[in-house]
Design a protein around this ligand. Structure first.
Ligand SMILES: [Zn+2]
Length: 153
């Protein structure tokens, strides 16, 4: 497996922040770690179980949105990096676990519903300990709601 990281937006504020606060080398290591983690979760223990992907490429681009994945190429938005307030490195690592899942997951020949595809990618991110803070709040909300319904009704 090889992993490459290219910052095509280095001359923009977001691209500069990527180089300063995250770094291509760190993302390369993260992609390798995420790949092993995903193979493990998917129980793809042997190459025959996996998609035939020899290389994962990541680009930091001056695009809208957060990130998207096309086949084995992950695009992360420099604008999103620029605008993110908080621990941007942790956030982008979480985004990479989500996007790397899209590289490796099977989609039933495009038959799998989008919600399932995204849910699996978020599940991997959560299992990696990189969940979003509002997911925790949501869980607390659901739990207290359940508690209420158990005791009130
Ligand atoms: Zn996704």
């Amino acid at each position: 497996m090889t992993y490459s990281v290219t910052n095509t937006a280095a001359n923009t504020p977001g691209g500069a922040r990527f180089n300063r606060d995250i770094g291509a080398q760190y993302c390369q290591q993260t992609l390798a770690a995420a790949t092993s983690f995903i193979w493990n979760i998917f129980q793809q223990n042997f190459p025959a179980d996996r998609k035939n992907v020899p290389k994962v490429s990541m680009f930091v681009d001056e695009t809208a949105g957060v990130a998207y994945t096309n086949s084995n190429t992950i695009h992360v938005s420099a604008r999103y990096i620029q605008g993110y307030s908080g621990d941007v490195r942790r956030e982008i690592i979480g985004v990479l676990y989500h996007e790397a899942t899209h590289v490796w997951q099977w989609n039933a020949n495009n038959g799998a519903p989008g919600g399932l595809i995204e849910g699996i990618a978020d599940y991997v991110r959560l299992k990696a300990g990189l969940g979003l803070s509002h997911w925790v709040k949501l869980n607390v909300f659901i739990c207290s709601y359940l508690l209420k319904s158990m005791f009130v009704t």
